[in-house]
Write a protein of this length. Sequence first.
Lengths: 116, 116
Amino acid sequence: MTAVQAERMGAMCDSARTHVNELLVLLSKSKMLHILYILNCDPKPMRFSEIKKSVDSSSTTVTRRLSELEAHGLVKRTAYPTVPTTVEYTLTKDAVSLAPSLESLFGWVLDRADKQ
Amino acid sequence: MTAVQAERMGAMCDSARTHVNELLVLLSKSKMLHILYILNCDPKPMRFSEIKKSVDSSSTTVTRRLSELEAHGLVKRTAYPTVPTTVEYTLTKDAVSLAPSLESLFGWVLDRADKQ
DNA sequence: CGCACAGGTTACAACATTGTTACAAGAATC
DNA sequence: GATTCTTGTAACAATGTTGTAACCTGTGCG
């Protein structure tokens, strides 16, 4: 598995390398893993305010992250013309395929936090 | 799995929450996942210059990341009194338990980069 | 002598990110 | 008429992060 991945990385052309880098930069932004994780925890669509409360950041930052995720096709944004506005966010199919990795990562983080 | 994790997060005390946050901030720093990944790719100790070349950052940043990882007990640093200095880095046992998650994450990233 | 080597450290300037504040929309409620 | 609600956006100051250039160790080599 590891060796196969290393080979893949070695054989990659420049554009693929760029994409890998882009994705890593995206995932490394503050609160990004957290947002993806909580969107994954519950299969039902989440509202902006729920996400904001859960990650504990300013709305500016949450907005930025969500739109970055949307731009990369990992999150789907649906706005309803209610008053006041209602907006829901869900993970796309692509992002759902990331879920097992995220769960595994968070499992490790939680285990490690327990031990401290 | 997901529900269990959500429950664990909900039941966490403040100090555990702090630890989770700390770990997520640590893992979200630029090049951090990359460094952990390449340290994991090869089981043998890696030298500073190899790591630096692989992640393509300034030595300042690589040094910072490696010492942050060492401070969190994820990386072990061994310096040999040769001339010029030789320094080797290896993942600790704790970090090795993170490997499957990282491999899974990178697998997703590589798959996704392929499709672009 | 003077430079090269590996693996850093330090100071500092340039750049990026974050939070804060103010504002918007438009119906409902006091 | 003022205020509340949600989901943002824009401008800006404060803060954080990064790279660059200079420097360090101590031996070997020309």
